[in-house]
Design a protein around this ligand. Structure first.
Ligand SMILES: [Zn+2]
Length: 224
C-alpha cells in the first residue's frame, strides 16, 4: 500500500516544476514529460499523455509501479507515451529520483544540425560535463528506451539531447532535472550568439576567453 500523503506531496512537487518549465517556455503545448520517484522508491508519479505541463493537476497525474503496473487514477488517462523510457532509467540508476524531458527550442534547434551542444560555459562544465547527442531511431523515429538507457549507464551522465526532439535530464530532485534543462537551453542560446558573432567578425575559431573586451574586437564591431 503506497503512502497517499507522499503521493500528494510528490504530485505537488511535479506540478510546481511543470509550471516553471512552461513559464520559461522550455515546454509549451502537450509534449514533453516529467516524473519523480515516490518515497517507497518502487513507484513513480508521471505526467499523463496529452496533458500540457501547464495543465498538470493532482487528478490527472498517474502513479505507475516500476514493474510497469499502472494504478487506477481519478481521470481515465494514459501515462506519458515515454513511460518505458522513464521506467528503464529508474531501473538502471538507483541514484535517479526524477526525470524531465522537454522540447526546448534552442537546444533542439542547435542539435538538429547534427552537432552536440558543447559545454561552453564554466557552469555547464561544472554542472554537466558533457551532453551526449542521441540520434533518431531507425526510419527517423522517436528515440527509444533501448537507445537512451545505455547512454545513462555511466553515473557521470546527467543529461542528453535527443536529436530533432528535445532534452532529457535526470536528478535527485525534479528541480535539479529542471535546472539541467534550463542550463542546456542557456548553453545552446549562448553558443548560437557566439557562432553568429564569429561569422560576423570573420573568426574561424573561437578566441581564448579574455578578461574585458579587447580593443581590436571593439574596432571590428564598429566596422561591421
Ligand atoms: Zn518528446
Amino acid at each position: 500500500m503506497l503512502d497517499q500523503t507522499d503521493i500528494a506531496k510528490r504530485k505537488d512537487d511535479l506540478i510546481a516544476v511543470a509550471k516553471r518549465c512552461f513559464d520559461l517556455r522550455l515546454q509549451t503545448n502537450s509534449g514533453g514529460n516529467l516524473s519523480l520517484r515516490l518515497g517507497e522508491r518502487h513507484a513513480i508519479v508521471i505526467k499523463a499523455s496529452g496533458v500540457g505541463f501547464n495543465e498538470c493537476t493532482r487528478e490527472n497525474l498517474q502513479v505507475v509501479m516500476l514493474d510497469g503496473t499502472i494504478l487506477p487514477s481519478e481521470q481515465d488517462l494514459k501515462p506519458s507515451k515515454d513511460l518505458e523510457i522513464h521506467l528503464d532509467l529508474y531501473r538502471r540508476r538507483e541514484d535517479v529520483c526524477a526525470i524531465l524531458h522537454c522540447h526546448s527550442p534552442w537546444a533542439t534547434g542547435y542539435t538538429s544540425t547534427g552537432q552536440e551542444i558543447p559545454c561552453l560555459t564554466v557552469q555547464t562544465v561544472e554542472k554537466i560535463g558533457r551532453i551526449p547527442l542521441i540520434p533518431l531511431s531507425e526510419n527517423s523515429g522517436t528515440q527509444t528506451a533501448a537507445q537512451i538507457g545505455p547512454v545513462f549507464d555511466a553515473q557521470s551522465v546527467k543529461a542528453a539531447v535527443l536529436a530533432n526532439h528535445g532534452t532529457i535530464g535526470v536528478g535527485k530532485t525534479l528541480m535539479a532535472a529542471q535546472h539541467l534543462a534550463e542550463l542546456i537551453e542557456e548553453a545552446a542560446h549562448s553558443i548560437f550568439v557566439r557562432d553568429t558573432l564569429m561569422l560576423v567578425l570573420g573568426c574561424e575559431r573561437p578566441r581564448l576567453p579574455r578578461h574585458g573586451t579587447h580593443q581590436d574586437e571593439l574596432k571590428a564591431l564598429e566596422r561591421a
